[in-house]
Write a protein that binds this ligand. Structure first.
Ligand code: SAM
Length: 299
């Protein structure tokens, strides 16, 4: 019986069998504003049913029966912070996979392979995957860097940080266990080198890669609080597409500040148009949107 699930009272259980309450225009606008204010994500009118469904599921789980009551819980309830953290995970698109954008990773490899060898030998390369979801992107970056170092016959001197607003996504990334579906399209040799079969039909990233990658929870709207500086590679794909144009620019400007001179910034195709970020030099690639940070005396 539905009443038996999720610790709902019988009355709440009956409610859970009913249809979702209708969300009126003012309520939709209130949720849109809250989500954008706190995460940067804009929800178009076409995504109202997505919002209704996901709020509805969560409201049923906790036995809350109106959008307004749930809104109050999120903005001023005693457990507001924790509840928001659960909700934000439900309202963000977390789709990802290993080597999702092969051209972009090829560009990263070219970038590393053409750096002065002496620099690579002496200073660890620092990479950052912003909006890393469950970790496939930062682990891919680690594999690419590892391949480059091995090709150059250098010690694997590099570290990658993955950051995301979603705590469950970060927890999953830290576990390093993946459904083999996430490896679809990957080179067989790389699969064998970097994954091992693990529990319940999952695959596990090998330790040598895992220990080069760390994860942290970070809202990209709070970049001021991020301790990352002097990054050699910043990879930020499929996050800014949910943001308004002015905000994308603002975030790119801030990410650029976190790059080391000569560092590489990679976004998703089409995520930033008609604007040249100051201090960055666009790389001439047809398929990848990427820039190099100018050395200060070039500015
Ligand atoms: C579609 S995934 C992209 C994953 C990966 N970058 C890729 O391209 O495969 C978007 C990720 O951005 C995260 N996200 C959304 N808003 C965010 C914010 N304000 N700060 C940090 N991460 C955010 C989501 O939690 C989600 O994991």
């Amino acid at each position: 019986m539905a009443q038996m699930h999720n610790n709902l009272s019988p009355a709440e259980g009956i409610w859970s069998l009913r249809r979702l309450p209708h969300m009126d225009e003012a309520q939709f606008s209130q949720w849109q504003t809250l989500l954008e204010h706190r995460t940067g994500i804009t929800l178009s009118a076409e995504r109202r049913s997505f919002l209704e469904t996901n709020l509805g599921i969560r409201m049923r789980e906790i036995g809350c029966n109106s959008y307004q009551a749930y809104y109050e819980k999120i903005v001023s309830g005693p457990d507001a912070i924790r509840e928001w953290s659960t909700l934000v995970d439900r309202l963000t698109v977390q789709e990802t996979r290993f080597f999702r954008d092969p051209d972009a990773f090829r560009l990263v490899a070219d970038y590393v392979l053409t750096r002065p060898r002496e620099q690579l030998r002496k200073r660890p390369l620092e990479g950052w995957s912003v909006g890393c979801s469950s970790g496939e992107e930062p682990y891919t970056l680690a594999m690419v860097l590892n391949e480059c170092m091995s090709q150059l016959e250098l010690q694997p001197l590099f570290g990658i940080t993955g950051s995301d607003i979603s705590k469950p996504a970060i927890d999953k990334a830290r576990d390093g266990l993946f459904n083999p579906r996430k490896l679809m399209g990957m080179d067989e040799e790389l699969k064998t080198r970097y994954f091992r079969p693990a529990e319940r039909n999952t695959v596990e990233i090998v330790k040598s890669i895992r220990e080069r990658v760390c994860f942290t929870r970070l809202n990209v709207l709070d970049l001021d609080q991020a301790p990352m500086h002097g990054m050699n590679i910043i990879f930020c794909q499929n996050l800014l597409i949910y943001f308004r144009r002015w905000r994308r620019r603002e975030i790119v400007r801030r990410l650029a500040e976190r790059l080391a001179p000569g560092g590489l910034l990679v976004l998703g195709q089409g995520e930033l148009t008609d604007w040249q970020p100051p201090g960055l030099q666009r790389l001439p690639s047809e398929h990848v949107l990427a820039w190099i940070k100018r050395q200060t005396d070039e500015e």
